[in-house]
Design a protein. Structure first.
Lengths: 112, 117
Protein backbone atom coordinates (compact mmCIF):
# COMPACT_ATOMS: atom_id res chain seq x y z
CA UNK A 1 0.00 0.00 0.00
CA UNK A 2 1.38 3.37 -1.01
CA UNK A 3 1.98 5.74 1.87
CA UNK A 4 2.66 9.43 1.47
CA UNK A 5 3.87 11.38 4.46
CA UNK A 6 4.41 15.09 4.81
CA UNK A 7 6.54 16.88 7.33
CA UNK A 8 5.74 19.02 9.18
CA UNK A 9 1.99 18.75 9.64
CA UNK A 10 1.77 22.27 10.99
CA UNK A 11 4.08 25.15 10.29
CA UNK A 12 3.90 28.66 11.64
CA UNK A 13 6.48 31.01 10.29
CA UNK A 14 7.19 34.69 10.15
CA UNK A 15 6.95 36.73 7.02
CA UNK A 16 10.22 36.99 5.19
CA UNK A 17 11.58 33.64 6.40
CA UNK A 18 12.43 30.58 4.32
CA UNK A 19 11.22 27.07 4.99
CA UNK A 20 10.84 23.65 3.38
CA UNK A 21 8.00 21.14 3.42
CA UNK A 22 8.99 17.51 2.87
CA UNK A 23 7.00 14.79 1.15
CA UNK A 24 8.13 11.16 1.45
CA UNK A 25 6.47 8.29 -0.32
CA UNK A 26 6.83 4.57 0.01
CA UNK A 27 6.80 3.15 -3.51
CA UNK A 28 8.29 3.76 -6.90
CA UNK A 29 6.86 6.77 -8.67
CA UNK A 30 8.05 9.40 -11.07
CA UNK A 31 4.96 11.56 -10.92
CA UNK A 32 4.41 13.86 -8.01
CA UNK A 33 2.02 16.76 -7.60
CA UNK A 34 1.77 19.69 -5.24
CA UNK A 35 -1.53 21.38 -4.43
CA UNK A 36 -2.68 24.28 -2.34
CA UNK A 37 -5.99 24.32 -0.46
CA UNK A 38 -7.49 27.39 1.13
CA UNK A 39 -10.08 26.93 3.91
CA UNK A 40 -13.41 25.78 2.53
CA UNK A 41 -12.06 25.56 -0.99
CA UNK A 42 -10.99 22.85 -3.38
CA UNK A 43 -7.48 22.17 -4.60
CA UNK A 44 -5.35 24.49 -6.68
CA UNK A 45 -2.60 22.86 -8.72
CA UNK A 46 0.86 24.22 -8.01
CA UNK A 47 3.39 21.90 -9.58
CA UNK A 48 3.62 18.69 -11.59
CA UNK A 49 6.95 16.89 -11.27
CA UNK A 50 7.47 14.16 -13.83
CA UNK A 51 11.04 12.96 -13.54
CA UNK A 52 13.94 12.48 -11.21
CA UNK A 53 15.70 15.75 -10.58
CA UNK A 54 12.76 17.85 -11.75
CA UNK A 55 12.68 21.33 -10.31
CA UNK A 56 9.93 23.85 -10.84
CA UNK A 57 9.52 27.35 -9.51
CA UNK A 58 6.63 29.76 -9.37
CA UNK A 59 7.04 32.97 -7.45
CA UNK A 60 8.17 32.23 -3.91
CA UNK A 61 7.56 28.49 -4.23
CA UNK A 62 9.97 25.94 -5.61
CA UNK A 63 9.37 22.20 -5.82
CA UNK A 64 11.83 19.41 -6.51
CA UNK A 65 11.70 15.66 -6.90
CA UNK A 66 14.25 12.97 -6.04
CA UNK A 67 12.77 9.66 -7.15
CA UNK A 68 15.69 7.64 -5.82
CA UNK A 69 15.15 8.98 -2.32
CA UNK A 70 11.36 8.98 -2.86
CA UNK A 71 11.33 12.54 -1.65
CA UNK A 72 9.89 15.80 -2.86
CA UNK A 73 10.36 19.20 -1.29
CA UNK A 74 8.38 22.41 -1.46
CA UNK A 75 10.57 25.36 -0.59
CA UNK A 76 9.13 28.68 0.42
CA UNK A 77 11.29 31.74 0.01
CA UNK A 78 10.67 34.99 1.88
CA UNK A 79 7.19 33.96 2.97
CA UNK A 80 4.29 36.37 2.71
CA UNK A 81 0.91 36.19 4.41
CA UNK A 82 -0.87 35.22 1.16
CA UNK A 83 0.93 31.88 1.23
CA UNK A 84 -1.01 30.80 4.32
CA UNK A 85 -2.88 27.64 3.28
CA UNK A 86 -2.72 23.88 3.50
CA UNK A 87 -0.32 22.25 1.07
CA UNK A 88 -0.68 18.69 -0.15
CA UNK A 89 1.63 16.51 -2.13
CA UNK A 90 0.13 13.64 -4.09
CA UNK A 91 1.75 10.66 -5.78
CA UNK A 92 0.67 8.83 -8.90
CA UNK A 93 2.32 5.43 -8.67
CA UNK A 94 4.06 3.97 -11.69
CA UNK A 95 2.26 1.56 -13.96
CA UNK A 96 -0.34 4.19 -14.75
CA UNK A 97 -3.22 3.28 -12.52
CA UNK A 98 -3.81 7.02 -12.25
CA UNK A 99 -4.97 6.95 -8.67
CA UNK A 100 -3.49 9.79 -6.70
CA UNK A 101 -2.56 9.15 -3.11
CA UNK A 102 -2.45 12.33 -1.08
CA UNK A 103 -0.08 13.22 1.69
CA UNK A 104 -1.25 14.20 5.12
CA UNK A 105 -1.08 17.89 4.31
CA UNK A 106 0.91 20.73 5.85
CA UNK A 107 -1.01 23.60 7.34
CA UNK A 108 1.09 26.69 6.85
CA UNK A 109 0.42 29.90 8.74
CA UNK A 110 2.45 32.98 7.93
CA UNK A 111 2.63 35.46 10.79
CA UNK A 112 3.11 39.15 9.94
CA UNK B 1 -7.06 25.60 -19.24
CA UNK B 2 -9.05 22.51 -18.34
CA UNK B 3 -12.09 23.31 -16.20
CA UNK B 4 -14.23 21.02 -14.08
CA UNK B 5 -17.55 22.29 -12.78
CA UNK B 6 -19.02 20.71 -9.66
CA UNK B 7 -22.54 21.31 -8.37
CA UNK B 8 -23.96 22.02 -5.94
CA UNK B 9 -21.34 23.87 -3.91
CA UNK B 10 -23.13 23.04 -0.72
CA UNK B 11 -26.20 21.10 0.27
CA UNK B 12 -28.07 20.43 3.47
CA UNK B 13 -30.34 17.42 3.55
CA UNK B 14 -32.36 15.47 6.06
CA UNK B 15 -31.19 12.12 7.29
CA UNK B 16 -32.50 9.30 5.13
CA UNK B 17 -32.73 11.30 1.92
CA UNK B 18 -30.51 11.06 -1.14
CA UNK B 19 -28.29 13.72 -2.61
CA UNK B 20 -26.81 13.91 -6.11
CA UNK B 21 -23.58 15.73 -6.89
CA UNK B 22 -22.61 16.51 -10.48
CA UNK B 23 -19.15 16.86 -11.92
CA UNK B 24 -18.74 18.17 -15.47
CA UNK B 25 -15.66 18.69 -17.58
CA UNK B 26 -16.38 21.88 -19.51
CA UNK B 27 -13.71 22.02 -22.16
CA UNK B 28 -12.30 18.54 -22.41
CA UNK B 29 -13.39 14.95 -22.49
CA UNK B 30 -12.84 13.30 -19.15
CA UNK B 31 -11.94 9.69 -19.75
CA UNK B 32 -11.46 9.12 -16.05
CA UNK B 33 -13.07 10.82 -13.08
CA UNK B 34 -12.25 10.44 -9.42
CA UNK B 35 -14.34 11.12 -6.35
CA UNK B 36 -12.72 12.11 -3.08
CA UNK B 37 -14.03 12.76 0.40
CA UNK B 38 -12.38 15.10 2.85
CA UNK B 39 -13.27 15.38 6.52
CA UNK B 40 -12.36 18.57 8.40
CA UNK B 41 -8.66 19.08 8.90
CA UNK B 42 -7.87 15.83 7.10
CA UNK B 43 -6.44 14.86 3.75
CA UNK B 44 -8.36 13.73 0.69
CA UNK B 45 -9.40 10.10 0.56
CA UNK B 46 -10.18 8.52 -2.78
CA UNK B 47 -13.62 6.94 -2.84
CA UNK B 48 -13.88 5.65 -6.37
CA UNK B 49 -12.62 5.88 -9.92
CA UNK B 50 -14.98 5.95 -12.85
CA UNK B 51 -14.41 5.53 -16.54
CA UNK B 52 -16.95 6.58 -19.12
CA UNK B 53 -19.40 3.85 -19.91
CA UNK B 54 -18.21 1.37 -17.33
CA UNK B 55 -18.84 0.61 -13.69
CA UNK B 56 -16.97 2.58 -11.10
CA UNK B 57 -14.16 1.01 -9.12
CA UNK B 58 -14.57 1.62 -5.43
CA UNK B 59 -11.80 1.82 -2.86
CA UNK B 60 -11.75 -0.62 -0.02
CA UNK B 61 -14.22 0.30 2.69
CA UNK B 62 -16.43 2.46 0.47
CA UNK B 63 -20.00 1.17 0.22
CA UNK B 64 -20.89 1.01 -3.45
CA UNK B 65 -24.59 0.75 -2.69
CA UNK B 66 -24.48 3.90 -0.64
CA UNK B 67 -22.31 5.99 -2.93
CA UNK B 68 -23.66 5.49 -6.44
CA UNK B 69 -21.40 6.73 -9.21
CA UNK B 70 -22.47 7.15 -12.80
CA UNK B 71 -20.17 8.22 -15.63
CA UNK B 72 -22.56 8.14 -18.51
CA UNK B 73 -20.71 10.51 -20.83
CA UNK B 74 -17.23 11.84 -21.38
CA UNK B 75 -18.17 15.11 -19.72
CA UNK B 76 -20.38 14.13 -16.80
CA UNK B 77 -20.04 12.00 -13.70
CA UNK B 78 -22.46 11.97 -10.80
CA UNK B 79 -22.16 10.83 -7.21
CA UNK B 80 -25.38 10.02 -5.38
CA UNK B 81 -25.27 9.64 -1.64
CA UNK B 82 -28.20 7.39 -0.82
CA UNK B 83 -30.00 7.32 2.52
CA UNK B 84 -27.63 9.92 3.87
CA UNK B 85 -26.76 10.00 7.55
CA UNK B 86 -24.96 12.62 9.63
CA UNK B 87 -21.70 10.67 9.39
CA UNK B 88 -21.80 11.21 5.61
CA UNK B 89 -21.41 14.93 6.17
CA UNK B 90 -18.17 15.85 4.47
CA UNK B 91 -16.53 17.79 1.64
CA UNK B 92 -16.76 15.85 -1.61
CA UNK B 93 -14.40 16.71 -4.46
CA UNK B 94 -14.31 15.34 -7.98
CA UNK B 95 -11.29 15.26 -10.26
CA UNK B 96 -10.96 14.52 -13.94
CA UNK B 97 -8.32 13.48 -16.41
CA UNK B 98 -8.74 13.52 -20.14
CA UNK B 99 -7.11 14.12 -23.42
CA UNK B 100 -6.80 17.85 -23.03
CA UNK B 101 -5.03 17.74 -19.68
CA UNK B 102 -3.11 14.63 -20.55
CA UNK B 103 0.09 16.37 -19.54
CA UNK B 104 -0.39 14.15 -16.52
CA UNK B 105 -2.57 16.77 -14.90
CA UNK B 106 -5.64 16.31 -12.79
CA UNK B 107 -8.31 18.99 -12.75
CA UNK B 108 -10.34 19.33 -9.59
CA UNK B 109 -13.88 20.52 -9.15
CA UNK B 110 -14.73 23.22 -6.65
CA UNK B 111 -16.09 20.73 -4.15
CA UNK B 112 -19.46 20.09 -2.50
CA UNK B 113 -19.99 20.50 1.19
CA UNK B 114 -22.67 18.07 2.33
CA UNK B 115 -24.34 18.49 5.69
CA UNK B 116 -26.82 15.84 6.80
CA UNK B 117 -29.12 16.87 9.63
Amino acid sequence: ELKVEQNPLFLSMQEGKNYTIYCNYSTTSDRLYWYRQDPGKSLESLFVLLSNGAVKQEGRLMASLDTKARLSTLHITAAVHDLSATYFCAVDPSFGNEKLTFGTGTRLTIIP
Amino acid sequence: GAVVSQHPSWVICKSGTSVKIECRSLDFQATTMFWYRQFPKQSLMLMATSNEGSKATYEQGVEKDKFLINHASLTLSTLTVTSAHPEDSSFYICSARGFRNANYGYTFGSGTRLTVV
